[in-house]
Write a protein that binds this ligand. Sequence first.
Ligand SMILES: Cc1cc2nc3c(=O)[nH]c(=O)nc-3n(C[C@H](O)[C@H](O)[C@H](O)COP(=O)(O)O)c2cc1C
Length: 355
Amino acid sequence: MRILFEPIEIGGIKIKNRIMMAPMCMYSANDGVISDFHTAHLGARALGGVGLIIVEATGVSPEGRISPYDCGIWSEKQAEAFKPVVKFCKSCGTAMGIQLAHAGRKASTNAPWFGGGPLSIEEGGWQVVAPSPLRFDESHPVPKEMDKGDIEKVIEDFAGSAKNADKAGFDVIEIHAAHGYLINEFLSPISNKRTDKYGGRLENRARLLLEIIGAIKKGNWPKNKPIFVRISAVDWVEDGFSLDEAVELSTALKESGVSLIDCSSGGIAPNAKMNVYFGYQLGFAKKIKERAGIAVSGVGLITKPEFADFILSSGTADMVEMGRELLRNPYWPLNAARKLGVDIEWPKQYLRAKI
Ligand SMILES: Cc1cc2nc3c(=O)[nH]c(=O)nc-3n(C[C@H](O)[C@H](O)[C@H](O)COP(=O)(O)O)c2cc1C
């Protein structure tokens, strides 16, 4: 047996192996409701043997979406639409998670294949909000600075969406606090210049995230199902959010009942100088795991089975998370097991292909 294919228990749920599909926006929902595309897309990765799928950034409110084509889970209708695909994926033995998201000042943009970029209100976009009235770059609009009422609404939106995620049958919720979206905008000193209790020192910048978790835990998400948080461990800019702050934040998140930190990076600043290579974010995951004493997933250009197994056997991360490689190859886990000489269960319909 290789550790990649050993089951793991995180926050009370058992996951059949350590392969996690990273959340990836597919821009294929209608009014936030998933489409047939999602059924095929998620179903294929479940058949392919992924241990835990994290469904793409899913809006907790209409204005929290990155684009008009994002999935949403603020309504019963959206939750209902998730039910059959969640049920099918779980019948394949795959645990199902969903990333709950608010895009903040990076909301209201077009789908990449329509050119991406900000959508004006005339083009079907909407007023974006953020902790401070600072735009992402010259092409983006200046966001409205959130007042107390706006903050309370976002907290309620996350809590209500967590409740809907539970109703839809999800095993895990992951809060999106990375990549320059709303919660990351509060966490980072680059985008948060507030002078109230939500700005200034880290304890204040982390307040929104911790209040969201508090609200989710108040009867909106079962105690026996885990909450994950995806963070940008560093901003990759001078005077930005640092790895030391990420460790401090992860420690507070652990104390608040979070089960896993999904360690990504960047996204807050257009001028960030990211150093990208195979496994480039794993050092962040390892440090957070060691210093905050919490389970972590490692993500970023992980493509090879041997490397994935080594990440786990070396104690760098608890889960190996993959994005683009799983888009290229939905059956990666089945093929990886064969490559590593591990006999895993295949879908019975595919058994004649298991050599
Ligand atoms: C098409 C696409 C969509 C993405 N959408 C999201 C998303 O919804 N939420 C998120 O946190 N990251 C998103 N990401 C980042 C991935 O989750 C992942 O962290 C990144 O692609 C690095 O992993 P990889 O090298 O295995 O692809 C997206 C990446 C891609 C390629």
